[in-house]
Design a protein around this ligand. Structure first.
Ligand code: PAF
Length: 288
């Protein structure tokens, strides 16, 4: 039987535990989450447990990364189930602070990342990445692990976090792990729980569009054609397209060199649920 992971709400307490582990020469891995965990999070915890001596995870639904009309209030919360999942995947400590522990009265500092934070999610969700960067920096301060694990599913978020870590010289290595998908291709997301049965069936439009992009990219199709095909597939599934783009993989800028490493990014809305997904594009025909 798996030992239950300790749930710690006090920032000083988790910081002391992680520091002590590091002082004893152990490597600590950290998996930041907002809870409502699924196999995507489990895969991050497993990777951390395989590569580190001790693993900490955080569960904190961060209010500053939600816009005023977004789903903060209804975001699923499932601490008991999350605790079991994390313990079964080798997590030793769960840091589950309340809002006042992360944002004490009088807090007045926010982190603003430009560059990869500006387009796509940054443009459609003003303040979102500032909220993400601010909370991730706070979490890294309270959980001073050597390695932190993020899912590729939120590709733009991984770029923003890596940019912040480099710019602020934070002593943590960011590890990005592949997206975990349902058998029909839908990327796992805590927000999939919002979908009705009919929306769930149509939600495969995003991964179908990305699969077409990967195929057409490999065949050497022009970027505009790939983007058009992605839009059409998403639209045909009854998903309102927010964006469907092929861009430079690290900067998210338009592709100046059609053979440069690229990523296809999609976002769309089914009813009141907004989903995002992406696909790294490799092996382009004719590329050196
Ligand atoms: O990806 C998430 O779950 C969140 O954006 C994160 C990184 C835990 C920050 O709140």
């Amino acid at each position: 039987m798996t030992a239950p992971a300790a749930v710690i709400t006090n920032p000083e307490e988790i910081a002391a535990l992680v520091r002590e582990s590091c002082h004893r020469g152990r490597t600590v891995g950290f998996v930041p989450t907002m809870g409502a965990l699924h196999e995507g999070h489990a895969s991050l915890a497993e990777a951390a447990a395989a590569e580190c001596d001790d693993v900490a995870a955080s569960i904190f639904v961060n209010p500053t990364q939600f816009g005023p009309h977004e789903d903060f209030a209804r975001y699923p919360r499932a601490l008991d189930a999350d605790r079991r999942l994390l313990a079964a995947r080798g997590v030793r400590w769960i840091f589950a602070p309340d809002v006042a522990a992360i944002y004490p009265p009088g807090h007045a500092t926010r982190i603003v990342v430009d560059g990869p934070a500006l387009p796509f999610e940054g443009a459609l969700r003003p303040g979102h990445f500032s909220g993400v960067a601010t909370v991730v920096q706070r979490l890294f301060a309270f959980v001073p692990a050597q390695r932190a694990y993020f899912g590729q599913k939120d590709w733009q978020q991984t770029l923003v976090v890596r940019r912040m870590v480099a710019d602020l010289a934070l002593p943590v290595t960011i590890v990005v792990r592949p997206t975990i998908r349902e058998p029909d291709g839908l990327a796992l997301s805590s927000r999939n729980a919002y979908l009705s049965a009919a929306e769930r069936r149509r939600a495969t439009g995003l991964s179908a569009a990305l699969a077409a992009a990967a195929r057409d990219w490999a065949a050497g199709a022009p970027v505009a054609d790939i983007e058009g095909t992605m839009r059409r597939i998403i639209d045909d599934h009854g998903i309102a397209v927010d964006y469907a783009a092929v861009v430079e993989r690290e900067s998210l800028a338009p592709l100046a060199d059609p053979a440069a490493p690229a990523v296809a990014l999609v976002a769309g809305r089914l009813g009141t649920t907004r989903l995002i997904d992406n696909q790294l594009l490799d092996g382009r025909a004719g590329a050196a």
